[in-house]
Design a binder for this molecule. Structure first.
Ligand code: FES
Length: 106
């Protein structure tokens, strides 16, 4: 089963199981990763699952989709590697994925 490493702004790490076909957001919520609320249930409508994809993983996760872009385009903490992690579908090639949590999201 793929694993994700969530890294808080202060460096605290959370390594969680992320079942194939699930999302990175659900893996975080199901394992109590602080700062990932997933208020909309994963339908890309709340932006409470904002993460920064580690640069080493961007080509594999892919970039933001159109709906995702419209949800976070005005976020004051938007970065080029920002994603809403409910839109990152887990699969074996994402085993070891590193996601960073924005400042103030905990
Ligand atoms: Fe709502 Fe990701 S959980 S946008």
């Amino acid at each position: 089963m793929p694993k994700i490493r969530f890294i808080e702004h202060d460096g605290t790490e959370h390594v969680v199981d992320a079942p194939d076909g699930s999302s990175a957001m659900l893996a975080a919520v199901n394992n109590g990763v602080p700062g990932i609320d997933g208020d909309c249930g994963g339908i890309c409508a709340c932006a409470t699952c904002h993460v920064y994809v580690d640069p080493a993983w961007i080509d594999i996760t892919g970039r933001r989709g159109e709906q995702e872009e419209s949800m976070i385009t005005f976020s004051p903490i938007l970065e080029p590697n920002s994603r809403l992690c409910c839109q990152i579908a887990m699969r074996e090639e994402l085993d070891g994925l590193v996601l960073h949590l924005p400042v103030g999201q905990h």
